[in-house]
Design a protein around this ligand. Sequence first.
Ligand code: ZN
Length: 306
Amino acid sequence: MRARGWEVVERIRRGETLVFDGGYGTMLFAAGLANGACPELWNDTHADVVRGVHAGYFDAGSQIVETNTFGGTRLKLNEYKIGDRTRELNDKGARLARAAAPESGYIAGSIGPTSRLPVDYALDEGVTDEEYLDTFREQAEALAEGGVDLFAVETMMFPQECTAAVRACKAVADLPVMATMFFQYEEIHDRDRTMWGESPAEVAKNLVAAGADVVGMNCGRGPDRAIVIIREMRQATDAPLVAYPNAGLPITTGDTVTYELGPEAMARDYPALLDVGCNIVGACCGSNPEHIRRIAEIVSRRRPRK
Ligand SMILES: [Zn+2]
């Protein structure tokens, strides 16, 4: 029998739009996570808080919620000297999200960048493709064991790191993989590019070629840029597309960071995001369950009647 996560892809193929979740950093900081502390450690030490964030997103209308494992590779956890807890923290992360999910909810195992640069770009010894593959494989395996329905490879800056993560997921489990990259808006050229200089169309083609089942963008800027990026991706591929942009630009006052778009203002761009062919929509940094509630309302108004 095929894993339940494949329903996500089938539902999109049938014309449905699905709602992803919102930001975690904002929520965890509000609950007391210290600046510079390891968020994944909270899967062990503050399980109730993490479970509460997941539940808040499901209540707000998310159909897919991701695990609190964004920095859960051994390469990243080594920064906190807890690389030896990689399996445990990912497994716990998956189980916490599952415990908060209604029967109809899907859990996506979050896999973010290692924060270590590829060999050709690093000032230190850098990371080889083989090492990327190993670290992502270890994380993906633990997430799959913990029971995720699909993977969310996200906020990736470098193509070789992103494709290694996609391949690692595919190597360990027969589950769908969503893969999204971080785009910068280059104001002088009025275009969106990855750190590497790839266009949205190139990213979409490359990630599909690497084996991703759903491709798109997350983080970066606000929904206004997501519309442009998804439109370009849609011209390049028939694959399911996902977007979960930030709540606009960050505004720093003293040592607090807020984001420019409230729930109402952010949701205003989502009808256009659906119009250009986006199949899964959510939000990233600076968003909370209220943002998702508004976005879910827009999606449900558009849901084809049975
Ligand atoms: Zn973000």
